[in-house]
Write a protein that binds this ligand. Structure first.
Ligand code: IVH
Length: 651
């Protein structure tokens, strides 16, 4: 029997026995026989991932049998799109091609997926990955309702589209304490959740816009792709239109920019595609992009509002950040009533008065920023820069750029320290976000980092608005934080100037807190990227009795204060040093760093004679020029990484 038929047979057979066992409690085969069939199926699926069925019992919810995440080759590569930033450039692009008919589609801000169907069933779902092969996300995507598991088409087809999280769902998650920066990150996070049933609860949506490989289909245009997709019950965007002339293109850009704030999903631009496939084929591809399509990116939205007040926030290190309080305005889909003013130099350069009209922009679609003062009314009043800490009243120290509160036990600083400690990049204590920290602090449960480990959960439950489930989650996640690495703990302590990367380097070099605490300035400076000022900072942090107490309390609570020897990384890259520059298609920079260090590589912070390899992505920075000048560094392109790692394929 060929593998496909055998897989189909085993899936159906196992499903039947599952149902006999669970639903009818009348099993017809022994557990052992069941296990043997299942093992055979797992083996066949691993060898023939193209025949993996989304409804296979190996992929089931709650099952601990899910196959490990593997890569699968795309049959047709998945390209990305080149960007244009003005409507005039879109018109130029179109004229250069000879003014063909274009499809115009919203550019969804989610992540692209590839769904492979064969014989009417979804066989697997993959991410775009590096364009040639993607990560197998069948198990999690199989839980998403918007992904059709069965279609009418009987041949083979790769269907492509975007999975995204609606804004409303994103807001729901944020208000229940999840710390995602934007819906896109939240969507990616949901698809990588270990607990697949959670993915189902996240209300992910999808919109489809292209096909990769197809066998028997007759498709000659982008318009026909949409026809096919609709016929097969794939959701396609109702906002798609076709352009025949310049006015159509300009009108569409205007219309989408206008409506996008009201949509329940984020779009960051418009995709223009040549409609006719014959012309598409003639134009072909560059190494990265199709020559027959372009993405037009919307300009960041600007709005004018009134400056009502300036609030002065006290940060973890005591630095004061001025924050503008504004008359609420809608920008890029959310209501903005606060905007950062960064520091006092920036604040002075804007020459603001309370009551001024100010122009603001949402940069990177996340943090609103004031770009200029617009108009001054007669009633507006000049700023009164604070002389004392707004929270503890200590007299502020003014430098050239910053003002700061020098009171080490300023309650605001303590709150920020707690927030930092519990944040995602540090100990990642879910359920201990800024709101919860504030509530617990107000009620006397939390003041210092170490208090997190002696919380009285019974009493917390008695507080208003504390649900049993969330208090339980908090407890679990506090427990889980005890196994977070030494580097994360070090980062979480919030030593001024010690970011996540420096914390890794420190943990790597000193191995345990004892050796780090007794390290001298010179020892510290021998670590890559640590200069004299940072070294002094670290020494004085450990010399402070309050900090020593925090550390000893955390040690008592069972947190990791040494590099667990199991985690000493030996691998293919042991003894080699790395740096990366630019953007990567298959990885975030953090993922890539993790991959390198997980294989024993050492990550440096600057280009120096010590550097062996520089991994170069798209749009590399000055590191590349430096490395080339040195002449001793091996330059590795993203595509060559798999060879370096000795991988058959990139994961
Ligand atoms: S077509 C060869 N259409 O944008 C054409 N992409 O910057 C490949 N995207 O990787 C893509 N909406 O994740 C296409 N209507 C749309 C899209 C779209 C969003 C994403 C997709 C792609 C990225 C390229």
């Amino acid at each position: 029997m060929n593998p496909k038929n055998r897989i189909d047979f085993l899936v159906d057979e196992l499903k039947k026995h599952n149902s006999l066992y669970y639903q009818e409690t009348a099993p017809q085969i022994s557990d052992r026989e069941y296990d043997l069939l299942l093992a055979e199926l797992k083996q066949l699926e691993a060898e023939n991932p193209q025949y993996l069925r989304a409804d296979s019992p190996t992929q089931a919810v709650g099952s601990d049998l899910s196959v490990e995440s593997k890569t699968i080759d795309h049959i047709e590569p998945m390209y990305s799109l080149d960007n244009l930033f003005s409507v005039d450039d879109v018109i130029k692009f179109w004229k250069n091609l000879g003014c063909p008919n274009l499809s115009m589609e919203p550019k969804f801000d989610g992540f692209s997926i590839n769904l492979f169907y064969q014989g009417c069933s979804l066989r697997y779902a993959t991410t775009r990955g590096n364009g040639k092969q993607g990560e197998n996300v069948t198990a999690n995507l199989g839980m998403v309702e918007a992904i059709p598991k069965k279609i009418d088409y009987v041949g083979e087809v790769e269907v492509r589209g975007e999975v995204y999280m609606p804004k409303s769902e994103f807001n729901r998650l944020i208000s229940s304490g999840h710390g995602f920066a934007n819906p896109r990150n939240a969507a990616v996070g949901s698809i990588k959740l270990k607990d697949k049933s959670q993915a189902q609860n996240r209300n992910l949506q999808a919109s489809f816009y292209s096909v990769g490989y197809f066998d028997k289909l007759q498709i000659n245009s982008q318009n026909e792709i949409f026809g096919f997709l609709k016929e097969q019950n794939f959701k396609v965007s109702e906002l798609t239109q076709f352009a025949q002339n310049e006015q159509d293109i300009r009108g569409y850009c205007e219309k989408l920019d206008k409506v996008r704030a009201e949509l329940d999903f984020e779009i960051d631009g418009i995709v223009f595609k040549v409609d006719d496939f014959t012309l598409q084929k003639k134009l072909g591809f560059t190494s990265k992009y199709p020559r027959w399509a372009m993405a037009y990116k919307f300009p960041a939205e600007e709005k004018v509002s009134t400056l009502l007040d300036i609030e002065y926030n006290v940060g973890r290190t005591g630095a004061i950040t001025p924050v503008a309080i504004l008359e609420p305005v809608q920008i890029s889909g959310s209501t903005v009533s606060r905007a950062t003013l960064h520091n006092f130099v920036f604040l002075r350069s804007l020459d603001l008065h309370i009551g001024d009209k100010v122009r603001l922009i949402k940069s990177g679609e996340i943090i609103p920023k004031i770009i200029s003062g617009e108009e001054r009314s007669k009633e507006s009043s000049p700023l009164d820069l604070p002389q004392n800490c707004p929270v503890c009243n200590t007299e502020l120290q003014y430098g050239d750029y910053i003002a700061f509160c020098s009171n080490n036990s300023c309650p605001a600083r303590s709150l920020r320290k707690l927030e930092h400690f519990a944040s995602k990049g540090a100990l990642d204590i879910v359920g201990l976000g800024p709101k919860q920290i504030e509530a617990l602090a107000e009620n006397g449960f939390l003041e210092k980092i170490e208090d997190i480990y002696s919380l009285d959960y019974g009493k917390i439950l008695l507080l208003e608005r504390q649900a049993e489930q969330s208090v339980n989650n908090l407890k679990n996640s506090v427990e889980a934080s005890k196994s977070k690495s030494f580097a994360k703990v070090l980062y979480g302590l919030g030593i001024e100037g010690v970011g996540a990367q420096t914390a890794e380097l420190l943990a790597d070099r000193f191995r345990n807190i004892g050796d780090l605490q007794t390290a001298e300035v010179e020892d510290l400076q021998s670590v890559d990227g640590i200069g004299p000022i940072l070294a002094e900072n670290i020494v004085s942090y450990f010399a402070n009795p309050d900090n020593q107490k925090t550390i000893s309390e955390l040690q008592k609570a069972g947190l990791q204060f040494s590099v667990s020897e199991r985690a000493v990384k030996e691998g293919k890259l042991s003894g080699k040093t790395f740096l990366i520059t630019g953007k990567f298609s298959a990885y975030s920079r953090q993922e890539l760093k993790d991959l390198l260090t997980a294989n024993g590589g050492k990550y440096l912070s600057t280009v120096s004679a010590k550097l062996d390899y520089l991994i170069v992505g798209e749009a590399p920075g000055s590191k590349l020029t430096k490395a080339e000048k040195l002449g001793t560094v091996t330059i590795v392109q993203e595509e060559e990484l798999s060879r370096l790692l000795g991988f058959h394929k990139l994961i």
